[in-house]
Design a protein around this ligand. Sequence first.
Ligand code: GLU
Length: 418
Amino acid sequence: MVNAGNANITGKRVKIKAKGRIFEGIAMPSTTDSFVLKLNNGYNVGFFEYELLEVKDVKKMEETQELLKNPELPTVKIISTGGTIASKVDYNTGAVTSQFTAEEIVGDVPEVAEVCNIDATLLYNILSENMKVQHWKKLAREVYSALKDYEGVIITHGTDTMAYTASALAFMISTPKPVVLVGAQRSSDRPSSDAAMNLTCSAVTAISDLGEVVVVMHATTSDDYCYVHRGVKVRKCHTSRRDAFRSINFTPLGKIDYSTRQIEWFVKDRFKRGERELELRDKMEENCILIKFFPGLKPDILDYYYDRGYRGFVIEGTGLGHVSTDWIDTLRRICEDCVVVMTSQCLWGRVCDRVYDTGRYLLKAGVIEGEDMLPEVALVKLMWLLGNYDIEDAKKLVKENLVGEITKSTRYWEFEFE
Ligand code: GLU
């Protein structure tokens, strides 16, 4: 029973009198006999006794006005793909759903209009776990054409797989301008939402002197500043914290102060605006697989995929980049016509298969060290390489730094960078 306490007025704006006070808010679905009201401050309160004073329909978000442009500001394109940043509580079901267009997001975060003008496109309205390679390709084409006309591009995206999309775009598009992925851990109608700050900071980044694909998200649990993470060096590391994103084996490129809207860059060696020619290479080989090794995993998992036509394998090995020595014969066989890249489930640090015997056997079998790449970045890179090059070239290129995914040396202190 979802509507027990609110039956006919769920989803409406109401004014009630209860406990001698007046309360206003939105009537929520209720699973008990109580009447549940979402107050304007975002909190839900239940009442068993109340007097209904007023009931109004909630203004539909589609009714938001057309955005006016400030001729003194640059214009940025927002491409909306869904996720929490584009979601609100559905007052009919009580669930968080993705339902708003990009214009509506800007309507919710007026500070963005102080930074830049916005044109918006709703490309998808999906949760990011539903992204597929075909979504990356269509998005890449959309970003590519927006980059011709706009100062920069912002992509609103679910946080769960945002880093995969960032990597895919980083390989598929050579960009002379900022391409900024942004999301939120809490929807914009919650008091603790991170949507407004993240979106404002993403706008600041989109008009900056940067020329690469980045992720902009809360740096701390407070509303003080965001980090700009290189798209091929970032991972979501917490299920719910607002500062869930971390640059791995790298420092964030910079930080944006929410109140002053100034960027402080930490990394000099970043791609700058205008440095690269705009180019799109959106072919991807989907038959690539990421396998996490664990003690006892049998090598026939490799044959399973090999027999189904997979020719790109990324292994998340242990420590410096190891799997059981039981795997060596199978690896030697598949390495003849496959690209097999070793990464580490440690995430931090660099794969080095020259220290222990196991590693040396792996290298002899033809396995390629994935340097300090994140396993998922190595996977996306391999999809892109095998989509665009033959196996032998892919083998050479996978260990070369193409877009900042491999750093020459992993500095010890980066592990401690908060
Ligand atoms: N799992 C959903 C997604 O990644 C919602 C979480 C979020 O947006 O942060 O799209």
